[in-house]
Design a protein around this ligand. Structure first.
Ligand SMILES: C[S@@+](CC[C@H](N)C(=O)[O-])C[C@H]1O[C@@H](n2cnc3c(N)ncnc32)[C@H](O)[C@@H]1O
Length: 170
């Protein structure tokens, strides 16, 4: 059996085994202790239309950390842009992974104020701007661009096109 496959099997065992469960319980406790609000929010609560974007649900936590490590990104990223940064779930995970420069764009003012409150509770500094994702002027300053189920297909297509254009222009 190849070494890569063995590592994959061990990683999967850790993820679904007692250690993975313990990590997830610990993360849930961390959110509770710090009184973080990472709850889902409907379109009525975010105030944005279905045409412009999806409702809020948080990513981050142990799942994002595991994916980041599995992709071999640890130690290689100094800045991240979370497109549709929501209540900060992913930004918190990126902070815990050691990324020093955290940026986000988020359309909903209500959600941004919850994000600010969450980050304040943890002493995390992030630059979160209130804007529509399609208005982002440049992707060049960021080592990593992240988005989690933020927008419908028509906006996502344009966004990917802009990112590709930005990349090829580097
Ligand atoms: C599924 S949540 C993800 C939140 C965060 N990225 C995370 O992983 O925890 C998607 C977020 O994108 C925001 N959003 C939706 N459409 C957007 C748009 N067109 N521009 C910027 N933000 C948008 C929503 O308000 C919501 O907070």
């Amino acid at each position: 059996m190849k070494a890569g496959r063995i590592v994959g099997i061990i990683q999967a065992a850790v993820r679904i085994g007692p250690l993975g469960v313990l990590r997830r319980i610990t993360y849930r406790a961390f959110c509770r202790v710090h009184k973080l609000d990472l709850a889902d929010a409907t379109h009525a609560q975010t105030g944005i239309t279905e045409y412009d974007g999806v409702a809020h649900s948080a990513s981050g936590g142990v799942d994002l950390a595991e994916a980041y490590i599995a992709l071999g990104l640890q130690g290689k990223i100094s800045s991240v842009l979370d497109i549709g940064s929501g209540k900060g779930g992913a930004l918190i995970a990126f902070h815990r992974l050691g990324i020093p420069r955290l940026h986000g764009v988020e359309l909903s003012k209500t959600i941004i104020s919850t994000c600010e409150s969450n980050l304040r509770k943890l002493g995390i500094v992030a630059d979160v701007k209130q804007m529509h994702a399609v208005q982002i002027a440049s992707f060049a300053p960021f080592d990593l661009i992240y988005t989690f189920n933020t927008m419908p297909r028509h906006h996502l297509r344009n966004l990917l096109h802009s990112i590709r254009k930005g990349r090829s222009g580097l």
